[in-house]
Design a protein. Structure first.
Length: 810
């Protein structure tokens, strides 16, 4: 499983050689441990380990990792160093152990020293981790002093990234700084044998954060506090209310997932027509009552990161159909904060909660609310009540969305508890800032061989999201001590992220030094490079980038692209034939416009009396025709996403979308998996780049429609055709360029039906295929590709390039 918590074992052969040279005399070792070693109970672990081995010295947190000096017999020192990796605490991720041997200085004890800062060094920061089994046991133990305390945590669990203002990770640099520990907490915090030793968010009901309930109407007045607030919220939810609940990375809007009326009300208030809501259930057993859960999916659900996992729903499940309309899957997560457990707890005298809708606390596509005042103001019209608390959220983090594909994890939205765990690259990077794309934005900063991809920022379509983006970048630069030498951005001149880069460029030009290099990156090149980077591929590949919208080098809207590329260069080898995007944005929102555009040159479409044309207002149809003919406000597009939209509308599945990808998802959900039949896509060897003509396929679809073939069969045949076409075009490119590695990227490959079929075709044709796992294939993963491309462009001298023969005749 591509989990964020993995351990990398690193031996210490250096130590052995040094020890032999010095002999079994007392010695002193200076050791630096790098990785996720702060906020995971690492220093107390070292303290105990040193005592176990009868070693003296000290340990401290520094901005470069955990640093220690340990003195004693060389054999014990060796054992000690080996055990650092062997016995490390469960949440630690050790990247490197560096040790050097020094003459002894006669330490008398082992102590934990105060943290040390160095401006240029950085550490990996632990993401937020769900409540651990020990804390969970205490939470429901009536004799424990933290019985039912919603902020219970220890060195193995609790908030991290979302409360950290700066490094090193110490309480004064978190939003816990305002809480003065009581004597009991203080004692735990300073006791090396306690499991809360140096647990920075340590708290109890006496000294720590508290929850309280505020009614939606009488904002400001506390209606109930502490346990009573939780009890009231449980009651309100059971009665169909919508409650805003402050969580780890922001607010959720919660309601009963079996109550269709409550969900309809939530949809109405949130202006969210059809987009699926995520739900939360107490445990896997409960989830299995309404979804199918494989072993791999169970493993994902139970990860300490607690992502939302997409699961196939059972027929006739008690979960309201309006949680995810027209979708065979549900996004499900298990509780991750103590408060979630209190809300979902089973009680003998109350009916069980099967599942709660837990959707981001925001209006439509604005950023998720994190502050109490902010929530009361922005969510005032959405929630009937607010469950607030006074532990501030410093970093906004939506929930991560993931799923299992062919037994492995494939992340769809990489956010809470995944960020800021870095993607490890197999080469060193300059310090790069990559600004990302427009939709599902996330940015990326790089240092050494790490790419720190930000949490999900959102669709950059309003000032709130832009400001969240800008403050996020400043925070990442500070946390990871990055001052970008290179800034990468999308070619699209209208993206807010591009305009942000433009602004930096102008500011840079005004200053005296112009050391920062600005590198524009083509959207689909970035998609493929992102897939290559996370798979450790550096040599040239055939890239298949299928998505909705990406600005092309010719100024048109690309999205059905076959490229040949490495990090530095790319060349377009094939693409879907251009069609008009009638009315620009309007055609994206209204798939029927795309259907008209795709059918425009097809005589059979006009004579066949398609239902599609009956559904379109004749006046608008006339306008669309004119837009296509005269190209008024209508760019050309080779988008594959738009082709799926067109087919979806042609089949009467979805004419108007209410969220990105809706029409294509509808088309995928209906596809009959047992169908092996396929529409044949005529592919001819010709001049590169090949323009792949989709008209024959659409003609076949119309013939099937007329013949009364079921839509589920037509959808399947269409999917099969796209998969077969992909492998066919890849074969043509292999003949030309001699490349047999294929990287698949772009939002279209979230379509599991298509991805499975495509991979099986490619395998059969002898290709080695790469897909995304750690990073989303949609625009949420673009920033990683931008970063590695910009790095390659400024780093590798032009003459060193060892690319495919660019000049060969095509
Ligand atoms: Zn714990
Ligand atoms: Zn306390």
């Amino acid at each position: 499983m591509g989990s964020a918590v993995e351990r990398i074992e690193i031996g210490s052969p250096f130590m052995t050689r040094q020890a032999e040279a010095i002999g079994a005399e007392p010695a002193r070792a200076r050791i630096i441990v790098r990785g996720i070693v702060q906020g995971v109970g690492f220093r107390p672990f070292i303290y105990r380990l040193a005592n176990d081995h009868e070693l003296k010295g000290w340990v401290l947190n520094s901005t470069e990792g955990v640093v220690m000096e340990v003195e004693g017999h060389t054999e014990r020192l060796e054992e000690f160093i080996a055990n650092i990796t062997l016995k490390a605490p469960p949440l630690a991720v050790i990247e490197k152990v560096e040790s050097s041997l020094l003459p002894p200085v006669g330490y008398q004890s082992f102590i934990i020293q105060a943290s040390q800062e160095r401006e240029d060094k950085f550490v990996l920061i632990s993401p937020d981790i769900c409540i651990c089994p020990d804390c969970l046991r205490e939470l429901f133990d009536p004799l424990d002093r933290r019985y039912r305390y919603p902020f219970i945590n220890c060195t193995n669990c609790g908030p991290r990234f979302t409360i950290i203002k700066d490094i090193p990770y110490d309480r004064p640099k978190t939003t816990m700084a305002v809480f003065q520990m009581c004597p009991s907490c203080e004692e735990e915090y300073h006791n090396p044998s306690d499991r809360r030793f140096h647990a920075q968010p340590n708290a109890c009901p006496t000294c720590g954060p508290r929850v309280w309930l505020v009614n939606g109407e009488a904002a400001g007045d506390s209606a109930a506090e502490d346990a009573e607030a939780v009890t009231t919220v449980r009651y309100l939810l059971s009665r169909g209310a919508i409650v805003a609940v402050k969580g780890l990375g922001g607010f959720h809007l919660a309601c009963d997932a079996t109550n269709s009326a409550a969900i309809s009300l939530l949809r109405e208030r949130k202006c969210r027509v059809n987009k699926p809501f995520a739900i939360m259930s107490l445990d896997c057993q409960t989830v299995e009552r309404y979804c199918y859960v494989s072993d791999a999916e169970k493993q994902l659900l139970e990860l300490p990161q607690r992502p939302i996992v997409l699961l196939r729903r059972r027929a006739n499940s008690p979960i309201s159909a309006s949680v995810a309309p027209n979708n065979s899957h549900l996004g499900v997560m298990l509780p991750y904060t103590p408060l979630h457990y209190l809300l979902l707890e089973r009680k003998t005298d109350e009916p069980d909660t099967l599942a709660l809708v837990m959707t981001s606390g925001n209006m439509s596509e604005e950023p998720i609310a994190i502050g109490n005042e902010e929530a009361l103001e922005r969510l005032g019209t959405l929630a009937d009540a607010f469950l607030l608390h006074d532990r501030d959220i410093h970093v906004r983090c939506d929930d991560t969305v993931t799923r299992v594909f062919e037994g492995n994890e494939a992340v769809i939205r990489r956010s809470r508890s995944y960020a800021p765990f870095p993607v490890r690259l197999n080469f060193e990077m300059r310090q790069v800032l990559a600004c990302g794309a427009e939709l599902k934005n996330s940015f990326c900063v790089t240092k050494e061989n790490y790419a720190f991809l930000s949490q999900h920022i959102g669709d950059m379509e309003n000032v709130e999201t832009l400001s969240s983006f800008e403050s996020g970048i400043e925070h990442f630069k500070r946390l990871f001590r990055v001052s970008p030498e290179v800034i990468a951005y999308d070619l699209h001149p209208e993206y807010l992220a591009t305009k942000y880069a433009d602004r930096l460029k102008r500011e840079e030009a005004k200053g005296s030094s112009t050391e920062v290099q600005f590198v524009p990156v083509q959207h689909h090149h970035a998609h493929i490079a992102s897939c290559m980077a996370e798979n450790g591929v550096q040599e040239p590949v055939i890239g298949v980038a299928f998505d909705g919208t990406g600005y092309g080098e010719d100024g048109q809207i690309w999205g059905g692209e076959f490229v040949v590329c490495d990090f530095q260069h790319f060349e377009r080898r094939a693409h879907l034939k251009y069609v008009v995007l009638p009315g620009g944005e309007a055609a994206i929102r209204k798939p029927y416009r795309m259907a008209v555009s795709h059918l425009y040159n097809l005589p059979s479409a006009l004579t066949s009396g398609l239902a599609l044309f009956d559904r379109i207002n004749p006046l608008e149809l006339e306008i669309i025709r004119r837009q296509i003919e005269r190209r008024i406000n209508s760019p050309l597009t080779s988008s594959c996403g738009r082709l799926f939209d067109a087919v979806s509308s042609l089949l009467g599945i979805c004419d108007v979308i209410t969220f990105e990808g809706e029409a294509a998802i509808g088309l995928e959900m209906l596809a009959d998996e047992s169908v092996e039949d396929v529409y044949h896509w005529p592919l001819a060897r010709g001049k590169f780049p090949i323009a792949i003509n989709q008209e024959p396929i659409l003609g076949d679809i119309i013939r099937d429609l007329e013949a009364g073939v079921p839509i589920a069969v037509i959808s399947a045949k269409f999917h099969n055709a796209v998969a077969e076409m992909i492998s066919g075009v890849c074969c043509l490119i292999r003949e030309r360029d001699g490349l047999s590695k294929v990287a698949l990227s772009g939002g279209v490959f979230q379509n599991i039906y298509l991805l499975k079929r495509t991979l099986s075709h490619l395998r059969r044709k002898g290709f080695m295929s790469y897909i995304h796992h750690q990073v989303p294939c949609n625009d949420g993963g673009i920033a990683l590709g931008q970063a590695v491309i910009a790095n390659a462009k400024v780093t590798i001298p032009e003459f060193k390039r060892s690319l495919y023969v660019l000049s060969s005749t095509s």
